[in-house]
Design a binder for this molecule. Structure first.
Ligand code: ADP
Ligand code: MG
Length: 290
């Protein structure tokens, strides 16, 4: 066992854009047999754009986008970025603002109590979606778009849809992880239809969708309870706890500080192919020092 081999491994890692927290991490790369992948920003680009604005009868589309955009302007979430960008530069300053992780945003804009968030949360907010808008949302989701509901003063006022694409390197990255003996699992807070579509595009069979941030940790624990050794790749604040819980946490270097701090390895370039490179390199470094 020579510390030299370890240095070579980590030096090579730096060249490949992989930062390793410490030598003890290498051991976890050997056992890993499952890799949980966050969707938005990890498998997909995370650069979403607004695709649809559907206003309820009597609601002005521009007003819908303006009130939603004013709140989303204060959020870092990829869905929020897309909506705020499309809403334009001149937006009212919210009188109050609350971030609801994995769900949306809420606050007061121009005297209206506004919420923007996932359809699955409507019941929690004592809101209902009428049949026409509900059908529209389902149609958009079947097309692979992420929909969010906009409501103010106690009624749903419309739906916004956003979409992003898979990173061009994701299919090859996932094939490489399979070759290394890891079964990929796609984990997301997004809706099932979008998740299935992304999974099919990149070659993942197992999908766990509509998971709240706290639920992501539970999913990792359940996989571990099945006797699996779980690697996880993520980028968001919402992934931090699950990354910390996993046997091997890998953070996208392009992601949030919270995800990076919770992880064992950082993929500096935000290229998912570095995940397989990191595991392969760590395993071969382990062989060298034995
Ligand atoms: P992922 O696991 O794909 O990174 P998240 O857990 O961060 O997704 O978010 C799950 C879902 O919650 C999003 O797909 C979106 O529908 C909704 N959501 C989260 N944050 C916001 C926000 N700021 N505005 C609107 N919707 C949001
Ligand atoms: Mg993400």
């Amino acid at each position: 066992a020579t510390p030299i081999a370890l240095l070579v491994g980590t030096g090579r890692g730096a060249q490949l854009g992989i930062l390793i927290r410490g030598p003890e991490v290498l051991e976890s790369t050997r056992a890993a047999d499952t890799v949980v992948l966050d969707k938005t920003g990890t498998v997909t680009t995370g650069r979403m754009s607004l695709t649809d604005v559907i206003a309820a009868p009597g609601v002005d589309r521009a007003e819908l986008l303006r009130l939603a955009g004013a709140l989303e302007d204060a959020s870092e979430h990829p869905v929020a970025r897309a909506i705020a960008r499309a809403a334009g530069d001149v937006l009212p300053e919210p009188e109050s603002f609350q971030n609801l992780p994995g769900a949306g945003v809420a606050g007061v804009v121009d005297g209206h109590a506004v919420v923007v968030g996932r359809r699955a949360m409507l019941a929690d907010w004592a809101l209902t979606l009428d049949g026409v808008l509900d059908a529209e949302a389902s149609r958009l989701e079947a097309e692979g778009r992420t929909t969010v509901v906009v409501a103010w003063d106690g009624a749903v006022r419309g739906i916004l849809a956003v979409a992003d694409g898979v990173k061009p390197t994701s299919p090859a990255a996932i094939a490489q992880l399979r070759d290394l003996g890891l079964e990929p699992v796609l984990l997301t807070g997004d809706n099932e239809a979008v998740a299935r579509r992304v999974a099919a595009e990149v070659g993942i069979d197992r999908v766990i969708a509509q998971v709240l941030p706290a639920g992501k940790v539970a999913v990792v624990r359940e996989l571990q309870a099945e006797g699996r050794s779980v690697a996880m790749v993520g980028d968001g604040v919402n992934d931090a706890a699950a990354l910390a819980q996993s046997d091997l946490g890998l953070a996208m270097g392009t992601g949030t500080d919270a995800a990076i701090e919770a992880s064992d390895l950082t993929l500096v370039r935000g290229d998912l192919r570095s995940a397989g490179d990191a595991i392969r390199l760590s395993r071969s470094t382990l062989r060298t020092i034995r």
